[in-house]
Design a protein around this ligand. Structure first.
Ligand code: SF4
Length: 262
């Protein structure tokens, strides 16, 4: 059963960053409203055999093969500090050059990787990140899929030990490539839930927000997958840096939207 964010369990587990006494809808209600507004998002987009660009697959939560898992991990690293449209170009270049597996990245000259991923920005740094990540994984396992069978907390710790992999990237790999129930927090999650009154935006840490979401949504990778993608859709459609509150599906339960209405 999903508990309200203002329930007793919530108060026990709340951090100093959470707003006390705020009237907030259950996160499951937020999920349902966003899903009704935007529909299933089909994350993480992957390139099918013979395809040119990563495609979204709404309602697909099945198992993934090695190439899909690898593309998701490479995309999660490449999307740091850049728009997804730029990542798509970099991934297409890697694919056309035959660099589809971590062993390909490991064996390719660094300058070649830099040239291929240039559209994603910070290309020298990101090429090193891809190389270091590939070497790390292949030191531990024969293939990426085997590496991803580690228990979740060990896998997360191990990912975080790799240079260039922070919590958002590690959790994206855990959730989308390994199908583990780990919530991914990004700037959009923080912006939306902060404006709604769940916590003080300037005080809440990554871990605070992740615990809040994982504590109040069913612990299922399908739900976390969809919710993260729905937050991204919502941040692009309504809850932009300058919010478009009229017509927002969360308006009636949003602290910021409510104060704008008053
Ligand atoms: S009402 Fe405005 S601030 Fe609140 S979630 Fe919607 S767009 Fe964002």
């Amino acid at each position: 059963m999903i508990r309200n964010a203002s329930s007793r369990k919530s108060r026990r587990s709340s951090s100093r960053a959470e707003r006390p006494g705020a009237e907030r809808p259950r996160l499951s209600q937020v999920y349902r409203r966003l899903l009704a507004a935007y529909g299933p998002q089909g994350w993480w987009p992957v390139t099918a055999n013979g395809g040119d660009t990563p495609a979204y697959r709404p309602r697909f939560f099945g198992s993934l093969d090695e190439s899909f898992r690898t593309e998701i991990a490479l995309g999660a690293i490449l999307t740091q500090n850049t728009a997804w449209t730029n990542v798509v170009k970099a991934l297409a270049n890697l694919r056309k050059a035959g660099l589809k597996h971590l062993s390909d990245i490991q064996g390719a000259p660094l300058m070649k990787i830099e040239r291929l991923i240039r559209p994603a920005g910070y290309f020298r740094q990101k090429a090193r990140k891809l190389r270091i990540f590939s070497e790390h994984v292949l030191r531990k396992a024969e293939a990426f899929s085997s590496y991803l069978t580690l228990p979740t907390s060990r896998l997360r710790d191990d990912l975080l030990s790799v240079w260039g992999i922070g919590p958002e990237t590690a959790d994206s790999i855990l959730l989308y490539a390994a199908r583990r129930p780990v919530f991914v927090v990004d700037a959009y999650t923080k912006r939306i839930l902060g404006r709604m009154g769940y916590f003080h935006e300037d005080k809440a840490s990554y871990g605070d927000i992740q615990r809040l979401c994982m504590g109040h949504l069913p612990r299922r990778h399908e739900i976390y997958n969809e919710m993260h993608a729905l937050f991204v859709a919502h941040a692009k459609n309504h809850c932009r840096s300058k919010p478009e509150c009229p017509g927002c599906p969360l308006l009636m339960s949003c602290r910021h939207g409510g104060s704008a209405r008053a």
